[in-house]
Design a protein around this ligand. Structure first.
Ligand SMILES: [Zn+2]
Length: 228
């Protein structure tokens, strides 16, 4: 039997100290490179996608785009004029927001849009959950603007997570799954279709089923603690 698959291979390009936007002080970082490889018998054979880079904080574990280190890296300069301009115009806090926090906002809006209708109550719940797990507070106006933006992109949650997944570490992936579980649990119970959706999200981020089980276990334990 031939066992083949795809998986990320991570390496550290550089390390040092940086001003973490989340910790708001100087802390150690690792500049990481992730390359998705085709593997045979668990041995990486050849890369199947161009490498992605991120900066990981050694204190809070958040990951950020490489530009957080300052001095403008070459990787971002290549991404075309239109993109460079819009990134420069965007508020700094959004630019350097932890990748998992951006992903949380994006995923929650996609989950809300999945059934086609968004009511006021749903928006309030999602805003509360985003602000509970995130570092930067999101106003209702910002959330509404975000919904419009995500609508025009028109891509499903798995496609989105497959794209950002390599820039997330376990801390980021775990947080995204916990947020999704909180949203599913907002009405008091997590049903089968919600579990299916969350499983799809974890698969898109290359999480193993045992990893997902562990995160769900942690979530249920927390929930039981709060109920008592
Ligand atoms: Zn930090």
């Amino acid at each position: 039997m031939i066992i083949f698959g795809t998986g990320p291979v991570r390496s550290t390009i550089q390390s040092g100290n940086f001003n973490c936007p989340q910790c708001e002080r100087s802390v150690p970082y690792r500049h990481r490179k992730v390359t998705k490889f085709f593997s045979l018998f668990f041995i990486p054979i050849f890369p199947i996608a161009s490498p992605m880079e991120y900066v990981e904080c050694g204190s809070c574990n958040s990951t950020f785009i490489p530009r957080v280190l300052g001095g403008g890296s070459q990787t971002t300069a290549v991404s075309g004029t239109t993109k460079a301009v819009s990134a420069a115009e965007a508020p700094q806090e959004d630019n350097f927001m932890a990748i998992y926090e951006k992903a949380i906002r994006h995923c929650m809006v996609l989950v809300m849009l999945a059934d086609g209708v968004i009511d006021e109550n749903e928006k309030i719940q999602v805003q509360k959950i985003i602000n509970k797990f995130g570092h930067n507070d999101l106003t209702m106006e910002q959330l509404e603007g975000y919904i419009e933006q995500v609508k025009t992109e028109n891509q499903d949650v798995a496609t989105y997570l497959r794209k950002v997944g390599p820039s997330l570490n376990d801390h980021g992936k775990d947080t995204i799954i916990k947020v999704a579980l909180s949203v599913a649990d907002a009405d008091g119970h997590i049903d089968k279709s919600e579990i299916e959706m969350i499983t799809k999200m974890s698969n898109a981020m290359d999480m193993s089923s045992s990893h997902l089980k562990r995160v769900m276990g942690e979530f249920n334990e927390k929930r039981r603690e709060l109920a008592n």
